[in-house]
Design a protein around this ligand. Structure first.
Ligand SMILES: Cc1cc2nc3c(=O)[nH]c(=O)nc-3n(C[C@H](O)[C@H](O)[C@H](O)COP(=O)(O)OP(=O)(O)OC[C@H]3O[C@@H](n4cnc5c(N)ncnc54)[C@H](O)[C@@H]3O)c2cc1C
Length: 320
């Protein structure tokens, strides 16, 4: 069976969920061979094996932390040369997309970014994408070279599928360009204790209807009852009620959770562009004609200041 390279996103050996989702998709098109780089790379092996990696290629060097993406591209190319895979899968983070694009240019391949699904096809893997502000769903296939595909978080279920996960040291020689852009400082973001917006399985968002930064506490309370991330419309962000890092939409972040709850958000096309591929969409809006109701699975016509606290209380009661 053909091998499929999976680029591993991890923090000191703790594998992040989008990589485990990639392994589920990789198994549909071949045998997953994982590539884990940097500090703690070897510690990723158990989780990767548990989810189907037949091999884990690892390499650690100071360059991965000290410089921007080129050392990682050098390593992924070394893995590509060693394995000759049928496809290369990379998580669709900003960094992942840059690594994938640089690799595709180097190996002369076509690239597909932000896939939301992947299946085997007669002429190579077929990716699903949501395009033009999520108004079309397309199926695409790379027609030149080895397909390089980045996949959005929450595009597949994490499935246990134990495999050998044999750890092998990857031989990497860094290119001249590897040390071109140095990281000069790092400041960790203050943690909210909530999941990362783009990876969260549940996102609870607030819009102009929330009517003030202090009122975002009720959105946060609902999010916390569900273990969710908090999102915001641009109107709420532009008003200074919530940080820009939490904006969902065309000029914000793109999310694709299992459940998206929009509160006091009208459903403008630019907002939909960032959340329309969510699996289940719920909206609370006091205007029954709001366009958001055109795309919801469940809609509540009501005042969010009545509905959201009741919902939070009910969820907390059922959990308790
Ligand atoms: C180039 C460009 C890029 C953009 N990018 C983005 C983007 O990335 N993300 C984004 O979100 N927008 C983006 N926008 C802005 C977008 O067009 C909308 O203006 C914005 O999404 C509106 O935000 P909203 O739904 O919160 O506000 P509104 O459209 O004002 O809707 C507020 C909603 O809240 C409801 N409401 C009010 N009070 C209550 C209450 N008490 N209870 C329940 N419901 C209530 C109202 O009925 C209304 O439907 C962009 C626009 C442009 C031109």
């Amino acid at each position: 069976m053909a091998e499929v390279l999976v680029y591993v996103d991890h923090v000191d050996g703790a594998v992040r969920k989008p990589t485990l989702e990639l392994l589920t998709l990789a198994r549909r098109i071949g045998e997953p061979v994982a590539v884990a780089l940097g500090s703690g790379a070897e510690n990723t092996a158990a989780a990767l094996a548990e989810h189907g990696a037949v091999k884990v290629l690892t390499h650690d060097a100071a360059e991965y932390a000290d410089y921007l993406v080129v050392p990682k591209v050098d390593a992924l190319q070394a893995a590509y040369d060693a394995v000759s895979p049928a496809a290369v899968l990379v998580p669709s983070s900003a960094e992942g997309k840059e690594i994938a694009a640089r690799l595709a240019v180097r190996i002369g391949s076509g690239i597909i970014t932000d896939a939301t699904d992947l299946e085997a096809g007669d002429e190579g893997p077929v990716a699903t994408q949501s395009v033009f502000a999520a108004s079309f769903t397309t199926k695409t296939r790379v027609s030149k070279g080895t397909p390089v595909i980045t996949v959005k978080p929450n595009s597949a279920a994490v499935e246990a599928a134990p495999a050998a996960g044999a750890v092998e040291a990857l031989a990497v020689t860094f290119s001249d360009k590897a040390t071109g852009t140095k990281v000069t400082a790092r400041t960790p973001r203050e943690s909210t204790g909530r999941p990362e917006l783009t990876e969260a399985a549940i996102v609870v968002s607030g819009g102009r209807g929330v009517n003030g930064s202090e009122n975002f506490a009720i959105i946060e309370a609902l999010a916390d009852s569900l273990g969710a991330a908090v999102g915001a419309s641009r109107a709420a962000v532009d008003a200074g009620w919530y940080p820009h890092s939490n904006q969902v939409g065309q000029t914000g972040k793109s999310v694709s959770p299992q459940l998206y709850i929009a509160n006091g958000i009208s459903g403008a096309i630019q907002h939909r562009a960032g959340m329309q591929t969510s699996k289940t969409i719920v909206a609370v809006n006091k205007d029954a004609e709001a366009p958001i109701f055109d795309l919801v699975d469940y809609g509540v016509v009501g005042d969010l200041f009545d509905v959201v606290p009741q919902l939070t209380e009910e969820i907390n009661t059922r959990k308790g």
